[in-house]
Design a protein. Sequence first.
Length: 250
Amino acid sequence: MRLDVVTIFPEYLEPLNVSLVGKARARGQLDVHVRDLRQWTYDRHNTVDDTPYGGGPGMVMKTEPWGDALDDALADGYEGGAHGPALVVPTPSGRPFTQELAVELSERPWLIFTPARYEGIDRRVMDEYATRMPVYEVSIGDYVLAGGEAAVLVITEAVARLLPGVLGNAASHQDDSFAPGAMANLLEGPVYTKPPEWRGRDIPDVLLSGHHGKIARWRRDEALRRTVRNRPDLIERTDPAAFDKKDREM
Ligand code: SAM
């Protein structure tokens, strides 16, 4: 998968060199290009923003640097359709970023991120590129950050771990919270490792039983309990047919 990020803070994207994403890059599974938006400014002050039309506080990012930077990224390998790029625009007014959306993005071969600063990017930029590729306006949560770079790191990590061969054990994301399947719409319950006793705290006996059926049932019960406590909205959204008799007895 290819990723391009256009930003006024290229150094903010340094974490893309470490851990899971860094290793995926080193193995050639991710081809990442971080571009400095100011490279596409032509005045002495490298201006990327201007006052908003209609008045109001704050500044708006200008069309020209974004247009030139995106054209430059696209000049190198643009193809339309399913094999072409998608533009990912982080914004608090976007569609919520979910595991489902992470899966959808992980199926695209090329993502171009446009993390903004100030009050965001002049609307015409998104409208222009929407004629050439899908544009995903994405929010990572109901709060406002100073810029979109942290959102790019969040989205990239969630997407990269879904790519074939990136996680050592592909099954690990299939059991995660929000993963499709038997545990869909349930949060993952508590997890334990050795030693079996720590500071007087034991692990639940069932985990040592070796009985796969009982362990699976315990995991589902714990997942249900945690979801009811922390995210009752997920339960409300679930088709009642997805719950078995034992779920209902809880
Ligand atoms: N005026 C904008 C609004 O109220 O929707 C907020 C702009 S914010 C200060 C600057 C930039 O940070 C946004 O354009 C976006 O790139 C990024 N950003 C802030 N909060 C975000 C969020 N929850 N999800 C994704 N990106 C966010």
